[in-house]
Structures are given as C-alpha cells and as structure tokens.
Design a protein around this ligand. Sequence first.
Ligand code: AMP
Length: 444
Amino acid sequence: MSSKIVRIGVCQLNCRDDKNINFKIGEELIKQAKKEEAKIVFFPEGFDFICESKSLTLEKAETIDGPIINGYRRLAKENQLWISLGGFHQRTEVEDRILNSHLIINDRGEIVSHYSKIHLFDVQAGSLRIQESDYTQAGSSIIKPIETPGGRIGLGICYDLRFPEFARLLTVSPEDGAQILTYPSAFTKHTGEAHWEILLRSRAIENQCFVVAAAQVGFHNTKRESYGHSLVVDPWGKILLDMNLDSPSIRTIDLDLSYIEQVREKMPIIQHRRKDLYTLISSTNIAVPIKNINNEKIRWGQLEITASQIFFRSTLSIGLVNKKPIVPGHVLVSPIRCVERFSQLYPEEINDLFLSTQLVSTKIEEFYQGKSLSIAIQDGEYAGQTVKHVHVHILPRKPSDFEENDTIYHELAHHDKKAKGWRSDDEMAQEAKLLRKLFYRDIE
Ligand code: AMP
C-alpha cells in the first residue's frame, strides 16, 4: 500500500486573559508552522483567552465575525495553511451564554466547518469543581468529518474525548469517516494526570485512526492549571508526539494516512461489530450526500427503481418519490438493504429508517403544505404489501382531502392495483430534483 504522508503542526499554549498577547503568540506559531511546511495547524481549546471569572469570560467572548476569528482567517490566507481553532468562546444571541466552538479555516481564510461542543464539563472531582453549563450552551449537532490537506478530520473538543460513542460515530463510515479525531483541550492538571493519555490512546486504538490533541499547559490564573502534554497518537495506539513542555510552542510531525488502512485490514473491528445485537446512530445530520443521480437501475424488492427517483439518503436508508402517489407528496422511505419484512431489519436499520422517516416527513409536510401526516407500513402480503422490500409510506394530509380521514388506508391497499395512472421516469426525476433541495443545500 503506497504511503500518504501529511505534515501537521500542533500548538501548545498557556493562554491567560489578554486576547492580544494570545493572538500574537498564535501568529508566531503559525509562521513557524509555515516555515516547517505544515499543511494544517491545530490549536487548543481556549486559544483566544482563558479568564478566571464567568463574567469576564462572557465579556470577552466574540462572534465568529469578530476580530479574533478574522485575525486567524487572515493568518490562514497569508500563510496558506489550514487551521483547526478549537475551543473558541463564541458569543451568542443569548446574553449570558456562549458556545464553545471548534472552527476549521482553510488556506483561503474561509470557515469550512463549525462544531460546538456537545458535552459540557460539569464536574466535581476532588477539589476540582467546574460548571461549564453556567455560562455555556451545549451544541446540538455532530458535524460530518471534513476533508482537509491533513486528512479527513472529525471535530470534538476536550471533554468530548470521554464519549466513545461520539468518536465511533465520527469514524464508523469507511468512505466519509474521520481519519483523524481532534480534541483541542484545556484538560485540568488533576484529570489530565489520571486520564489524558489513556483516553486519547483508547480512542485511537478502538477507532483505528489518528488522534490529535493540542492542549493548554500551566497556570492560566490563580484557580486554573492545565495538564499540557499535547499528544498525537497513531491508529495502533502509539504516541507519535508528546509535548512535555511548559511554554507555548509548536511541533510539526508527519502522519502516514495509509497506516489507517493497514491497521484496519489486519483487524477489521468496524466490520466485526454485531449490528444485529446493538446499534449506533446519531439523530443529527443523517442526510448523507447522494452520489450518481442518473438512470441507473437499483433493485427494490422484485422491482427496479431509477437512481434519479431518490431524493434523500442516510447511511442505511433512502427516500424515493412514488410512481403512483395517492396524494401530492406521497413518498416512500426504504432501508438500502433489500429485505421483505420489518422483522428482518437490524436495530441499526430500524433506527435509521425511523429517524429518516421523521426527517423526510417533516420536510415533505411543510413543502406540500400539509396539516397532518399519514405514515404507514404494509408489512406482508395480507397487509397489502406489494413491493417486497420494506418501505414506509409518507402521505401529507390536508383538511377534507378524503371524505373520511381513514379512507386513505383503503386507497393505500388499492391504488397500485390499477394499470392506469403510473408516472414516467421523467416526471419522477423532476419531483425528486425539487425535493433534494430540501435536504441538500448545494445540489443541482
Ligand atoms: P405497498 O402496496 O405497500 O407495497 O406499496 C408499494 C408502493 O410502491 C405503492 O405506493 C406504489 O405506488 C409504489 N411503487 C410501485 N412501483 C414503484 C416504482 N417503480 N417506483 C416508485 N414507487 C413505486
């Protein structure tokens, strides 16, 4: 297997409450990274500032179009490298709440990914008491890994490191999953000494990927001390870099991304997961890009559908337009795997199917200006199933669309038994094209 070497830079900082000083140090480290030819530089949580009090933290927080992020965008562009800016105190519309955000900035100075920390550090351990939720609002979604010149990166922040499900979700897809998990951190000395290295190595070993964790180090004020030891771990769990240093510094290091495949090939953990016994699913961002919208035929039970009928895809399900809709917007959601009966689905497929149904039906109801929804599965021949591939019917409903509401079930049983009224591939492709826009912003 040919190697795929990428050079990354990792910054370790000791930030205090002066934003200008912190920025100047960041600037110097980025210039250094450029000299050493890094393609992407990783900053730790709180790279903008770390304050002693909640009120000062709220006061100093900026929006993402404020001077700090604009400053880093300029540096990315001038130095033509990418930057992972983890743990930015992001001012929000809510007066006493910020978001703890991780931004990826490309070499043109554009923000190309934006994650807000979903697990807040509300912890009492020994003498340590931190209540992040006192001034921070938790993020509400997991962000799809982003393609960068340093590999495909999964975004986390600090305390997120303690949630293995989160890491697995980011890495599980062989095509779109993260090759590098990042945890920009300000781990406390107390928890760092006990857990930092073990947690980072565990995430790398179990997900068979690189882990990059830029960290804060030393005293930030009279109350707070960080553990340091910015770490880079390879997919076998080997520590490639451990920054056992007290002062702000940068180290560059080469990662061979092809090593991920080598480790996974020899021990295919992801394939060995028992999908029939347990499940892994995220409720956010379940729409995955649709590839090949063309006239290719795809098996659907005993029938074939055309790829251009598909308007939605998740990891395990598709949404397709109906060849003979009973009402406008009557669409179908199916698992990708071809099985006839509901009982044959794996837990993971059931979760995905119903989350997809919820997302699709919500959008479809709004788009077709429905006031309610009929959602139905005809499971087996004697329940009226004709297509031998599990599918959920979604039907937007309007007042008085049928004389009696429940007549729709009679229609469902009979509408596809008549020879007339079937739509052409072109008609279906046109509707699917419109519906795709509901789920994908940048789609033609
Ligand atoms: P059921 O009777 O529950 O199996 O539902 C089958 C559904 O599939 C009906 O609503 C049909 O209109 C629809 N259908 C049949 N053939 C196609 C096709 N080629 N493409 C899309 N929908 C289809």
